[in-house]
Design a protein around this ligand. Structure first.
Ligand code: GTP
Ligand code: MG
Length: 223
């Protein structure tokens, strides 16, 4: 997958360097409801791009954050999680992560520890949350405590992709956190990248201003 990743426009990771683009990934065991959650959130604009050869689905979304419009790419796996591990390119340049388990299957909760460990190997500082899905199947689970999130200091949500409980709230908060992280990265490498990007953007702005000035000098009617 990584060998070809730069060749596919949808998977061009360089675009996440642009200020207004964020990448949010979703982790968790098979059948916990990752895809259904995204579909529920994006119901009105449902337009997934299936890249089956690459075991990926990209869900594209446009969000308003503060006074900015942000393009959000949600990355969803199609089956790779069955191998209990994701390809490194899945994590590359991600700005936030949504970790999902199924309240009806204890093993999916236990496996969060493995997913979290792998996530932190690649993305030590990005915002992450824990999502307990399928609460519609048994509302009593919301009385139970799931300590993993608390122990790791992560936000926790009880949700249902089936009836929509908390889905929009969780996604909105994660988009905000992803944008916030991108603007103020706490990972050293990300900080360096952000600095370089700003430097690049400033240079481009300077160049286009200079070009404009030149143009005005050549054609005074534009001034
Ligand atoms: N009752 C209930 N069922 C759900 C909910 N969310 C998902 N499901 C069901 O759980 C099954 C798996 O959902 P998916 O969204 O395909 O799960 P996934 O995590 O994307 O699974 P993979 O793509 O195999 O990794 C489907 O049969 C869904 O209908 C929910 O909130 N409540
Ligand atoms: Mg899926």
């Amino acid at each position: 997958m990584a060998d070809h990743i730069g060749c596919i426009p949808e998977l061009d990771q360089k675009k996440y360097d642009a200020r207004e683009q964020v990448k949010i990934i979703c982790l968790g065991d098979s059948a916990v409801g990752k895809s259904k959650l995204m579909e529920r959130f994006l119901m009105d604009e449902f337009r997934p791009q299936q890249l089956s050869t690459y075991a990926l689905t990209l869900y594209k979304h446009t969000a308003n954050v503060g006074n900015k419009t942000v393009a959000v790419d949600f990355w969803d796996t199609a089956g790779q999680e069955r191998f209990q591990s994701m390809h490194p390119s899945y994590y590359h340049k991600a700005h936030a992560c949504i970790m999902v388990f199924d309240v009806q299957r204890k093993i999916t909760y236990k496996n969060l520890a493995n997913w979290y460990k792998e996530l932190r190997e690649y993305r030590p500082e990005i915002p992450c949350c824990v999502v307990a899905n399928k609460i519609d199947a048994d509302l009593k689970v919301t009385q139970r405590s799931f300590s993993f999130a608390k122990k790791q200091g992560l936000p926790f949500y009880f949700v249902s992709a089936a009836d929509g409980t908390n889905v929009v709230k969780m996604f909105r908060e994660m988009i905000n956190r992803a944008v916030d992280y991108k603007q103020n990265p706490s990972d050293f490498m990300d900080e360096v990248l952000e600095e370089l990007e700003n430097f690049d953007l400033e240079k481009k702005e300077e160049n286009s201003e200079a070009e404009e000035d030149e143009l005005k000098a050549e054609s005074p009617e534009l001034a």
